[in-house]
Design a protein around this ligand. Structure first.
Ligand code: UDP
Length: 244
């Protein structure tokens, strides 16, 4: 694996999308429980005041840079990350690989019905994939052990969890061993896109690295979350200069 880049105390692995997918493929072969996280500016900002989240990200088996700003900052700091590797791009790549290798895949998260809708679209696109189960991400604490049992019985190679940033990392970290899944991957709102409920930015917008702007315009309710971006830039670029 390439080197790790430190961004405001959060470790990010310097891997391309293809390298990240290959690492996960090796994780599946090895068969030990592994955690894959997708830190973005919001999570890095949250980790400043959340030691547990910071420790979970830093202790994860693979941490990919989910945001062009991470790549830009890493370049300015002189430790350039190869590229942005978003949760959904990694997921799509792994679904394609999983179709060839007949991976067992479980989708956990999203509003009721979303993971099922995502699963049925995924099945159409990747008939070779073995989709072994879905569950929504709004289960009550009292239902948690039933959810764990369901996943355990399904024995997934890949467990994609879209339970919201922070919660999904904590949940996977806490339960991975008892879940019986090989690789747990925190993928945020990916099921919303895969189900067709939400649209991703058009390809040309993504090519211009403006997906964040597209989301700001199409989901204005997110503007408060996008305030994480200037905070992230301050933490990584300005604060170290002041401290020096
Ligand atoms: N979500 C969930 N359970 C919760 C909170 C959120 O399943 O208790 C889901 C939500 O339905 C959505 C996703 O988590 O599908 C959003 O995650 P996040 O905000 O991290 O995603 P982003 O939009 O940043 O990719």
């Amino acid at each position: 694996m390439g080197k790790t880049v430190d961004l405001a105390g959060v470790a990010v692995d310097n891997v391309s999308l293809n390298e990240a997918a290959e690492i996960v493929r090796q994780f599946v072969i090895e068969g030990k429980p592994r955690l894959v996280v997708t830190p973005n500016p919001e999570m890095i900002v949250a980790a400043q005041e959340d030691e547990e989240l910071q420790a979970i990200i830093n202790g994860a088996d693979l941490r990919v840079a989910d945001g062009i700003s991470l790549v830009v900052v890493s370049r300015i700091l002189g430790h350039p990350l190869k590229e942005r590797v978003s949760g959904i791009d990694l997921m799509l790549k792994l679904l394609a690989i999983g179709a060839d290798y007949n991976y067992r895949v479980f989708l956990l998260g999203g509003a009721p019905g979303i993971a099922e809708a995502a699963a049925s679209r995924i099945k159409q696109k990747y008939p070779g994939l073995n989709l072994v189960g879905t569950h929504d991400g709004y289960f009550a604490a009292g239902d948690e052990s039933a959810v764990i049992k369901k996943i355990r019985a399904a024995r997934p190679d890949l467990l994609f969890a879209g339970l919201g940033a922070g919660r999904q990392e904590r949940w996977l970290n806490q339960h991975l061993a008892e879940l019986g899944a090989t690789v747990g991957l925190a993928v945020g709102g990916s099921f919303d896109v895969l189900s067709g409920r939400k649209r991703r930015a058009p390809r040309w917008v993504r090519a211009l690295c403006l997906e964040w702007l597209y989301r700001l315009v199409t989901e204005p309710q997110r503007w408060q979350r996008q305030l994480a971006l200037p905070k992230f830039l301050y933490l990584t670029l300005v604060k170290p200069l002041i401290a020096a």
